[in-house]
Design a protein around this ligand. Structure first.
Ligand code: ZN
Length: 43
């Protein structure tokens, strides 16, 4: 399961124990949703 830092927008693959962004040190991560962008349809 991949996570995305909401602070810098980087994707973090491995979050073991302490959920923390390895790029900016942000502690707020959200789970990645793979199919979110593909379900949009415009008529
Ligand atoms: Zn970050």
């Amino acid at each position: 399961m991949a996570y995305i830092c909401i602070k810098c927008g980087k994707k973090i693959k491995s979050v073991e124990g302490s959920a923390r962004c390895t790029f900016c040190g942000g502690r707020i991560l959200k789970k990645e949703r793979p199919n979110l962008a593909k379900e949009i349809s415009t008529d």
